[in-house]
Design a protein around this ligand. Structure first.
Ligand code: AMP
Length: 308
């Protein structure tokens, strides 16, 4: 069972009310790979980096079963760079800088070794690159999951809508669901996306307020773990996505019932990510940490009730 991951591999500069990260490794595909590699191998990474991207990070991901045949290295250029600043609530942030650098001209090439991947996740990056990857897969993956963000809705909405037509699951946050549809109600936004835009499943992430999974007329809610301290929410959405698809790829079951479990797994993985800056917490967690955290989720929502 293999999983192909497309997305940015980047440098980030993050400012939260607790401090500044300085220049650290980030990127949507980096977070997805760290999360998903706890569940499935190999992870077929598709991205582009500059000569400045640390070899040590590639080695650490490689040791977790991540393959880099689809990662282009532009030796004399700079990696994608993103800087953001969180507000006091830690749920909302402003993008301070987006420097596309190598991502600007990126034309992905899917190596033969990645063909036949049954799961594909299109992490946040240019919709045109996401589309190119779908078109290059000789056999359509069993499940295509797409993440995106407001930035692409602002600069490439038409391309983004074309990719939406090709995917099974869309992941967005609440503000993005509203922006995409013009609906204030998330239930109406979900209906519009599911009935007119392409995806058959929709996940709306609500930061510290959990995530909603919509499919046909069904809706399921996964809470976020109430944490005493959220240190840095960057990458929580990507880590959630990595846990979600990692669980589906591991179990090879893409039913709505199993997607419910998958969003709990995604929430558990995201709860680790936010405990430190960047991917540092993701680097150290063990299978035991993950199962203990999943148990906390079970306890969080477990209750008895006598129906009247
Ligand atoms: P998240 O907090 O889950 O939204 O993901 C944050 C990560 O997305 C950071 O590590 C950034 O490097 C990356 N990122 C931010 N903006 C973009 C963009 N426009 N395209 C691709 N990746 C991005």
């Amino acid at each position: 069972m293999s999983l192909t991951v497309v997305g940015s591999m980047a440098f980030d500069d993050i400012e939260t009310p607790f401090g500044k990260s300085g220049r650290i490794v980030g990127g949507s595909a980096t977070y997805i790979a760290w999360a998903a590699s706890n569940f499935v191998k190999p992870i077929n990474q598709v991205s582009v980096i500059g000569g400045d991207f640390p070899k040590e990070e590639l080695d650490a991901l490689g040791a977790k079963g991540v393959a880099f045949d689809g990662v282009q290295v532009k030796k004399d250029e700079k990696s994608f760079y993103w800087a953001g600043k969180y507000h006091m609530d830690m749920n909302t942030r402003d993008t301070l800088t987006t420097e596309l650098n190598v991502l600007g001209e990126f034309q992905p090439v899917i190596p033969d070794s990645y063909q036949g991947s049954e799961f594909l996740i299109l992490g946040n990056l240019t919709p045109q690159v996401q589309m190119s990857v779908i078109k290059q897969m000789k056999t359509r993956p069993k499940l295509i999951v797409m993440d995106t963000m407001n930035f692409w809705m602002e600069v490439a909405l038409d391309d983004l809508k074309k990719v939406l037509k090709e995917v099974d699951v869309l992941l967005v946050n609440d503000a993005e669901a509203r922006q995409l549809t013009g609906e204030v109600s998330l239930v109406k936004a979900a209906r519009t996306i599911l009935t007119t835009m392409g995806p058959k499943y929709l996940i709306i992430k609500k930061g510290e307020h959990g995530a909603l999974l919509f499919h046909e007329n069904h809706v399921f809610f996964a809470p976020a773990l109430p944490l005493e301290e959220v240190f840095d929410p960057t990458g929580a959405g990507d880590t959630f996505a990595g846990g979600f698809i990692g669980h589906l790829a591991k179990t090879k079951d893409i039913s709505f019932e199993n997607m419910k479990t998958a969003i709990i797994v995604g929430s558990a993985m995201a709860s680790f990510c936010v405990e430190r800056f960047g991917v540092s917490r993701m680097r150290e967690i063990t299978h035991e940490d993950i199962s203990n955290r999943l148990e906390q989720f079970v306890q969080l929502v477990n209750f008895d009730i006598d129906l009247i």
